[in-house]
Write a protein that binds this ligand. Structure first.
Ligand code: AMP
Length: 426
């Protein structure tokens, strides 16, 4: 199928050609005609599938089909995204695809001056891309009017729920007119997403481009089994030996991101950390440096990495495995985008074996192991739970041991407190 078979107007087709897009991606092929028909939609499209254009192009078309409103243009399409990076990116997509149309787009997100955003909104905008928190601030200050919204998109809805935005989303929905077209995009379908979809969508069509919870198909995945303390050296070596130029490295914590970044800089690797503690300015600088090739390795936490969109990002490394298996799919979705092949490598220590097992269960397959690390070979077999039951006076934290540490010594079991407590409980 070609873009010119999708009933899009010449100004949109022109912008698409200028972007160098050859033909629609599968999600675009499916979603664009249905959105143009005015249907509500539940779309299971993971990142990297071209889903943004999948909703931006038909929404621009639908807005363009209407008589041009008087200035200042009222907001007719609202797109909610979980993070500022994604909001900016979606906004840029609307600007790019809509550049030959007489329509305006704006974006609002937290962490930057609200006053500038208020001033820009006063000039009118047909499309508003927003993160929920800042949009609510603007609503409370009566600086944004959503009474003319006809098109509402929840982008990366699963992530919004993970980030605890459900109440904010509900508050925003309350401000919208009852008559509108709703689109819900989510990489994964949990029970909560299904519930939200049932409440929000009216007789929706379902569009799924990849199997639910399927990992991006173009990504080659592998696991390096390695001790935690050897990970840093291995990643340095991989970058140097492979002459990698652009790699996105995932770590679990902000602190871990900063520490790894410092260590890699010592190894001579140009590196920047991206996480929620950084100012918006620092985040933008890190991202731009990475996109421009000035930074080789971008070290990011899951939330900060959401919304990073770089074509043909060749390497993703999981320095730590994510605690939530589905995040693995989001992470590796950063590579193998827009039809190019990518490589996702996970450095997994024995302490993380159970996380790997959960990921492989979700993927329904085993990720190939690479034991040729040059370091001591370690086993990634999940340890069976200790046979001895935890004593009631041992806190769960001491015993559960998600890092895999064994209880300190047997002597603890014989501590007088344990048997005493047992008796008093009877
Ligand atoms: P998304 O899944 O929306 O994050 O898009 C992933 C990337 O695919 C973006 O960088 C888009 O610019 C690119 N893209 C979107 N549609 C197409 C297309 N039809 N052909 C080639 N690249 C595309």
């Amino acid at each position: 199928m070609q873009f010119n078979q999708l009933n899009l107007s010449p100004p949109l087709l022109k912008a698409i050609t200028e972007q160098g897009y050859d033909k629609p991606t599968p999600v675009q092929e499916q979603a664009i005609p249905l959105i143009l028909q005015g249907r509500d939609m539940l779309a299971g499209a993971q990142t990297g599938t071209g889903k943004t254009a999948g909703f931006a192009l038909p929404l621009l078309q639908l807005l363009y089909d209407q008589p041009l409103p008087k200035k200042p243009h009222p907001i007719r399409a609202l797109i909610l995204t979980p993070t500022r990076e994604l909001a900016k990116q979606v906004y840029e997509s609307f600007r790019t695809y809509g550049k030959h149309l007489p329509l305006y787009s704006e974006v609002v997100f937290g962490g930057v001056s609200i006053n500038t955003q208020i001033k820009r909104l006063q000039q009118g905008s047909d499309i508003l891309v927003a993160t929920p928190g800042r949009l609510l601030d603007l609503l409370y200050q009566k600086q944004v009017n959503l009474s003319q919204v006809q098109f509402f998109v929840l982008d990366e809805a699963d992530r919004m729920l993970d980030m605890g935005f459900i109440n904010d989303i509900r508050k925003v929905i309350k401000q919208l007119p009852g008559q509108r077209q709703n689109l819900l995009f989510s990489a994964t379908y949990s029970k909560e997403i299904r519930t939200l979809a049932a409440q929000l969508l009216d007789d929706p069509v379902e569009v799924a481009v990849a199997r639910e919870n399927a990992a991006a198909e173009l990504v080659s995945q592998s696991v390096y089994a390695i001790k935690k303390e050897n990970k840093r050296e291995l990643i340095s070596w991989l970058i140097g030996d492979g002459n990698w130029q652009q790699i996105l490295v995932f770590v679990r914590t902000k602190h871990g991101a900063d520490r790894l970044c410092r260590q890699l800089i010592k190894d001579g690797i140009r590196c920047a950390a991206l996480h929620g503690n950084k100012s918006q300015g620092a985040r933008t600088k890190a991202l731009e440096g990475f996109k421009a090739g000035k930074v080789t390795a971008l070290i990011a936490t899951d939330i900060a990495a959401r919304g990073i969109d770089i074509d043909q990002l060749p390497h993703v490394v999981n320095y730590d495995l994510p605690a939530v298996a589905e995040d693995y799919i989001h992470r590796i979705g950063r590579t193998g985008r827009a039809g190019s092949e990518g490589e996702a490598i996970s450095l997994v220590s024995p302490e993380e074996a159970h996380l790997l097992a959960a990921i492989e269960k979700l993927l329904k397959k085993q990720i190939p192991r690479n034991t040729d690390t040059g370091f001591e070979v370690v086993s990634l077999k999940v340890e069976k739970k200790a046979k001895t039951q935890p004593k009631p006076n041992q806190s769960r934290k001491k015993n559960t041991d998600y890092r895999g540490h064994k209880p300190k010594s047997d002597s603890r079991k014989r501590r007088p407190g344990s048997s005493e407590r047992k008796q008093t409980r009877k």
